[in-house]
Each structure stands twice: as C-alpha cells, then as structure tokens.
Design a protein around this ligand. Structure first.
Ligand SMILES: [Zn+2]
Length: 407
C-alpha cells in the first residue's frame, strides 16, 4: 500500500489525462496509472483541479547576508514553494558575492539550514582553474558571468574549458545593449563550450543564437523570463512602470512576441523567474534598483498561457520543469515512476488577480499587479511531503541537489 495516492486529472509525459492515480512512497512516485487504482490514503482532486510536476527555477536571487532586508533564504524559498517551484538555482551576486569555494561552502550551509525547497548555487567569475574545480566538487551548477566580467571573457572561457565548469552569461554591454553582447560572445565561443544565456529579451539576440545553435550544436542554452515573455515596455501602465526597471530592460512588443515564439521553436530552453527582490524604496528611488520578485507567479502566469490557448502544455512543462531538472541532473520535472514526488495541484476553474500584497517574498510589488490568471496553486509536494497548502507548512527541509539520487 502506498503512503498516498493522488487521483484526478494530470499531465503525464506531456499528455493531459482525465483520471490518473499517482502513488507516492516516501519521497518518490512509485507508480502512475490511468484510472483509479490501489487502496489506502487518497487525495481525490476536485473538479477543475489539475496535477502537474512542480517547477525548477534556474535563476533566482535569494539575497540574505547583508541584503536580508530585501529577502532571505527562508522567505525567498517560501515564495518558491507557494509558486509551485520546488527546486531553485541561486545566482552569486549576493553581498558579499559567492566568488570563491569558501563563500560557496558558506552559502550552502546557510541554504541547508534555511531553505524550504531544494537548491543549487552558481558561483561568480573565478580566475583560477583550481578554484573552479573545487567549486564543482562542492556542487556548483555553473559559473555566472556579469556584464562587468565580459572584458575578461577569454580568461573565464579558459577556466571553464580546463575545469569543466559550465558558464551562464548575463549578456549586456553598455547602453543596455544585449544584441551587441550576444554577437561578441558568439564570436568567441567554440562548439564544445557549455554556455547558457540568461534572460534573453531581444528578437535580434535570439535570432543570432538560433543561427549559432544550428551551427555550433546543442551546448548553447537559452533562458527566458515571464516578464520578457509576457510584458513589453509599451504595454505598461503608470503604476507598473514605476517598478518595472529590470536588466535587461523590458523590450518592445515585437521582441516579446519573438521570444515567446522561441518556446515552441525550441530555441528557448528554459523559463526562469530571475526573482530579484528589493525594497519598494529602492525600486522607486532615483537609482531604480533593477529586478522584482517573480517566484510566486511564474508558474500560474505561464499555465494561464496554456489555458488561454497560446502555448502547448507539453512545451510549457518542458521549459519550466523537465529541461531545468535535466540541466541540474536531478530526477524531477515529470510525473514518472522513480522520480521524486515534486508535484503541484492547480485549480484551473478560478479566475483571480495577482495581488503582490499576498506574496511570501519580502518584496510585495510586481509589474504584473492586477493581471488576471486562470490557474492558482492549491498544494505543493516536495519529495513526497506536503509543503504548501494555501499556507506554508514547513520551516525548512530543502536539500542540495547533489544529494538527490536517481532511483
Ligand atoms: Zn538575475
């Protein structure tokens, strides 16, 4: 007898099935069957409810340390859980930054103590091959290069090639010029370099990457964010504009449409939130701090795109769940026997409006404020444990993805 059976409508292997029984034993899915089967404890999904794999977000900033007033590991990962995201990969531009094996080790122990969801960490630009190797041993999932690191791109490419550390690049040059940075990067990388472009936002950039992907092969990966997929500069109202500063900046309608179409063309590999909280004062001040929270609404926003007919469910689940889990090498991201029971129940029969006041993130604003959605997170399972059910049910328990094993 399984610990729990979830019975109802689900998407399995990219296909929507009206009645499925998903059995959970301990942390894992022990069977998936069409119709109702088995006996024992049962969670019967209501009408309009839908069971999906939970998401893996490859690009989040959980702040903490000197910036705990903006967000901390607990509040940031609580926001993840509330949004149906049960694995996150952190970016290294914390204060102080994660730019050494020692800083990485310290970060991992903070995450082990405070994270509600499973996690991985990117390190910042490392100058020594030895440091990169050490960071890999500790479990770093990649090395992130920021615009200011691009001047020394050749050095970091060398470190990456000699250590086997994957690169993630924020491609932008002075004057918010993404396409120029992408062009420069594409001219320097080789077919065997493993490089992921973070938050691609311009049609021109994606067109160049598409050509290079054909030429260079599959080791180039592309991330896109919900804000670049769904918002454009010209559509913002005054309220959203006040807090919409982000890097790269929101683009034109044509850019947005082209990036969105890249999801179905498969030139966009991952959807990632780039969750980047600041205080409201920092957002509206002269400096206009770039970024905003996104973990709680990414999945509902994108699922609404499917429910309203603009995206295939198989595409959506691939970019939000399956491909990012594969990138981290973890058995998650699908409803499949042997995979971790990382699952989310959505209510798809409601119509609700985003209200950032309700966010678990410390940052309670969003350029999506008031947007109407057709999908709401009801409950979330992390490795078989119910962690969110309208409110957060745990105080921690997140694990480093390196500890997660293939079953
Ligand atoms: Zn970022």
């Amino acid at each position: 007898m399984a610990d729990l059976r979830i019975v109802g409508r689900a998407v399995v292997d990219g296909r929507l099935i009206d009645e499925v029984t998903v059995e959970i034993d301990g942390e894992r899915i022990s069977s998936v069957n069409v119709g109702e089967v088995g006996s024992g404890p049962r969670l019967l999904l209501g009408k309009g409810q839908l069971l999906l794999p939970s998401a893996t977000d490859l690009h989040v900033h959980l702040r903490d340390w000197n910036q705990a007033y903006k967000e901390d590991v607990f509040t940031g990962t609580s926001a993840a859980a509330a949004g149906g995201v049960t694995t996150v990969a952190e970016m290294p531009n914390t204060s102080p930054p994660i730019r050494s094996p020692e800083a990485l080790r310290e970060r991992l122990s903070l995450l082990a103590a405070r994270a509600v969801v499973d996690y991985s960490v990117h390190v910042g630009a490392l100058e020594k091959v030895e440091d990169a190797k050490r960071a890999l041993e500790l479990g770093a999932c990649g090395m992130k290069l920021y615009p200011e690191d691009l001047e020394r791109l050749e050095d970091y490419l060398k470190v990456s090639r000699e250590s086997g550390m994957r690169l993630v690049v924020h491609a932008e040059l002075e004057g918010d010029d993404e396409a120029k940075a992408v062009k420069m990067l594409l001219s320097r990388i080789r077919a065997d370099d493993d490089i992921r472009f973070a938050h691609i936002s311009r049609a021109e950039s994606l067109r160049m990457i598409e050509l290079a992907k054909e030429g260079l092969g599959a080791r180039i990966k592309v991330e896109a964010t919900p804000h670049h997929l769904l918002l454009s500069e010209e559509e913002l109202d005054e309220n959203s504009r006040r807090i919409s500063a982000v890097r790269p900046p929101l683009a034109s309608m044509a850019d947005k449409q082209y990036i969105f179409s890249g999801l179905e063309r498969c030139s966009v590999d991952f959807i990632a939130s780039d969750h980047a909280p600041h205080t409201l004062e920092e957002k509206v001040s002269e400096r206009r701090a770039p970024g905003f929270p996104g973990l709680e609404i990414m999945y509902p926003l994108m699922l609404t795109e499917w429910l309203e007919g603009r995206l295939k469910i198989s595409t959506l689940l691939k970019k939000l769940c399956k491909a990012p889990a594969e990138y981290l090498g973890i058995p998650k991201g699908d409803i499949r026997k042997g995979f971790y029971a990382d699952l989310v129940v959505f209510d798809t029969s409601v119509r609700w409006s985003i209200s950032a006041r309700d966010f678990l993130s410390k940052a309670k604003y969003t350029p999506f404020e008031g947007r109407k959605l057709s999908a709401k997170v009801v409950s979330v399972f992390r490795r078989g444990e119910l962690v969110y059910n309208g409110c957060l049910l745990v105080k921690g328990g997140g694990m480093h993805v390196r500890e997660l094993k293939h079953g």
